[in-house]
Design a protein around this ligand. Structure first.
Ligand code: SF4
Length: 694
């Protein structure tokens, strides 16, 4: 449970920085739980970030506050740079990925622990001597490229904070840092000097919980005992917090996945996959699997620590071979000597035992041929009595029932989500059923910058406003350059006149500024396409909302634009931000039935239908026309009337199937369709494919 003083500080706008992503997620969950318990129904999310995310955000803030710092190399760019440097110095040699990772780690440690790159210590051993030489080349390459990296950026951030060029937050709490590196200590000190109140959340001031030790026959028996133990607590209270620390989480991932999946059920296997994939935020409440370092700072109702035998805990020292040992000892880097490793393991042991009132520590008594003993660091714990494993369940004959049908909807049922329901029904009937009727939609993932959907919305609003001003081809051709620019300018301002845009952060405002320029340019180029149209037109309706009926379904739609030609006939236009093909309208299962739906339900049949394609560099109309010259870019189609009749049949069939409850798992293009869908865990397509391959 989150401490009251930290909760108060976060409510007051303090920033919380954690040592790991998992701890940030855990503390955010604790904050939310506390808000709910206090009776709140909505609240501002507190800013809780792991250190690396916060330091990245400092870079963005510095870039936005005026003096842009040197761009940061991405991890992949750093690796590529180290690799190319080694390859140049050892032509023809193969550079293993692990070596590059160790070099990057050594480079980080040099900065984190203030290890000087000069002095005789570097000269006596081959690897450190080579590293120093490569590091010098790395620096000169970074200078040439005008780049910095994640290892050096905290020092640069501290300098900018110290000089007042980067605004310091008012209050920072830091959590989960067992050992601060000198680089981090200096950064916090600089923040304090800059007027920031820095509070370190101590992790070792908690009472030790009740802990017991369990001996298991082997590692798999240990996992099975932990899984049964977790399951018993979950059955009592599904929201209880259970931690399972497995130092060898990656190495034993297959066995862990199998055993926990079998013991805790399929529903628990998916969270396990998320944990193993390093996505704690994707997991629902329930047991959490983690390594020792990921558990730092966390608290649980129940905790099980596996694999604590004498060969594994304390772990052997693991000094980076590219750094001179004498300097590592001099700078007191953790994990570099047996004594520092023992001291670290004692601190971590005490912290783990204090992180839950109910702790079980376990170890296998054998691994292969080896006999194992409990780690001496847990030598004083009483033995736990674990329930015996249940007898193996007798197999039960299973009956399979294929049921592709949901209850039918009443005729005239209304759906407000537009034509997407038919697009989904065509792609996979189960997806249409799950998304539209069960509401199993994929939540939007927040990203820095504008999402394609937001960009599309801005484009539509701007075009709507632009044609309200220009109205017709004649008016467009008669307008002066200045008048056109002014109309575009006002249309773009109109598009951004939205309360969400007004509440934008500094970074979002910068993104909006760039998008405004981009939109202005796009509209300028688009009007040149419109000028090429040979037939006079007037924009008759723009962004018109209406309710249409198809196959017994009523759908709410918004038609982008209908032009009235001089002949009195009309042309339908649908704006799209990306490249389009008209083949998406065709077949029994059209990929994009939006234009066909509008076409066949309009009271007046359009003589041409087209996408207005706003893909930068490829702006054009793409569509079909019943005659030549009606719309530039829309090809004459001799079977135009027959095509529209076919669309009507196909769309009525799709709407009818949806209304009748056809929810068959039937992706149009097999795995290619499923790759674009988020529902595979609901429709079990993978299991179906596995079964059908036997
Ligand atoms: S994953 Fe494939 S089969 Fe499952 S609902 Fe999506 S498209 Fe249909």
């Amino acid at each position: 449970m989150m401490r009251p003083e930290l909760h108060r500080a976060l409510c007051g706008g303090a920033l919380l920085i954690t040592s790991t992503t998992r701890l940030a997620h855990d503390l955010r969950r604790q904050f939310d739980a506390r808000q709910r318990e206090s009776g709140h129904r909505a609240w501002l999310s507190p800013t809780i970030l792991p250190f690396h995310a916060w330091i990245d955000r400092c870079w963005w803030n510095a870039a936005l506050e005026g003096d842009p710092p040197l761009p940061l190399l991405t991890p992949a760019q750093e690796s590529a740079l180290w690799q190319s440097i080694i390859e140049q110095s050892t032509p023809g040699g193969i550079v293993p990925r692990e070596t590059v990772a160790m070099l990057r780690d050594a480079w980080s440690l040099v900065h984190q622990y203030r290890i000087p790159l000069r002095g005789p210590a570097w000269e006596y051993q081959l690897d450190p001597a080579a590293f120093r030489q490569w590091a010098r080349r790395y620096i000169s390459e970074c200078n040439r490229l005008q780049r910095t990296d994640a290892a050096r950026w905290p020092d640069e951030a501290a300098r900018l904070l110290g000089e007042g060029k980067l605004k310091a937050p008012g209050e920072i709490w830091i959590a989960g840092f067992d050992d601060l590196t000198p680089q981090q200590s200096e950064l916090w000190q600089t923040l304090e000097v800059a007027g920031c109140l820095v509070t370190r959340l101590a992790s070792d001031d908690r009472e030790k919980g009740e802990a017991r030790f369990a001996l298991c026959t082997d590692t798999e028996a240990e996992f099975a005992a932990a899984a049964r133990w977790a399951r018993s607590y979950l059955e009592e209270s599904p929201r209880t917090s259970i931690g399972i620390i497995i130092p060898t989480l990656q190495r034993h991932s297959k066995a862990i996945h199998r055993i926990f999946g079998e013991t805790c059920g399929v529903a628990q296997a998916s969270w396990l996959a998320d944990w193993l994939a390093g996505r704690p935020e994707a997991c629902p409440a329930g047991p959490e699997l983690m390594t020792v370092s990921e558990a730092v700072g966390s608290e649980f109702d129940h905790l099980w620590i596996v694999g604590m035998h004498d060969a594994a805990w304390p772990p052997p020292p693991s000094a980076n071979p590219f750094l001179p040992r004498s300097l590592l000892l001099d700078r007191q880097l953790p994990h570099t000597s047996a004594s520092s490793q023992l001291a670290w393991a004692r601190r971590v042991t005490a912290r783990l035992l204090a992180s839950s009132p109910d702790v079980i520590v376990s170890c296998p008594i054998s691994e292969g041929e080896a006999r194992l003993r409990p780690s001496p660091l847990f030598g004083d714990l009483p033995l736990a009595v674990l329930p015996a494993p249940p007898p193996a369940a007798k197999p039960v004959a299973l009956e399979s029932i294929e049921d592709h049908h949901a209850p039918a909807l009443l005729p005239g049922s209304f759906h407000s989500g537009g034509t997407r329901v038919l697009q989904l029904q065509a792609a996979c009937p189960f997806r249409a059923f799950a998304e539209v009727r069960l509401g199993a939609q994929q939540p939007d993932v927040p990203e820095i910058g504008l999402q394609p959907k937001e960009q599309g919305g801005l484009l539509h609003r701007a075009l709507d406003q632009l044609w309200r001003t220009l109205r017709s081809r004649e008016a467009l051709l008669e307008a002066t350059e200045d008048q056109i620019n002014q109309a575009i300018h006002e249309a773009v301002i109109y598009a951004f006149a939205d309360p969400r845009c007004a509440a934008a952060t500094a970074l979002q405002q910068r993104v909006h500024q760039i998008e405004r320029q981009r939109l202005h340019q796009l509209l300028r180029e688009w009007l040149e396409i419109e000028k090429q149209r040979a037939v006079s037109f007037e924009v008759f309706t723009s962004e018109r909302k209406s309710t249409i009926e198809l196959g017994g379904l009523r759908l709410q739609v918004r038609i982008d634009r209908i032009d009235r030609l001089a002949s009195g006939e009309c042309v339908l236009i649908d704006y799209k931000s990306s490249e389009q093909v008209t083949s998406a309208w065709e077949g029994d299962r059209p990929d994009d039935p939006q234009v066909p739906v509008y076409t066949v339900t309009l009271p007046e049949q359009p003589v041409a239908v087209a996408f207005g394609q706003f893909e930068p560099g490829k702006l054009r109309f793409v569509g079909h026309a019943s005659a030549d010259g009606l719309l530039v870019g829309a090809k004459r189609d001799d079977d135009y009337a027959a095509r529209l009749a076919e669309w009507r049949t196909v769309l009525n069939t799709l709407a009818h199937q949806f209304r009748e409850g056809n929810a068959m798992v039937n992706p149009k293009k097999g795995a290619a369709t499923c790759r674009l869908c988020h529902l595979s865990s609901l429709c079990r397509i993978a299991e179906r494919r596995r079964e059908s391959s036997f």
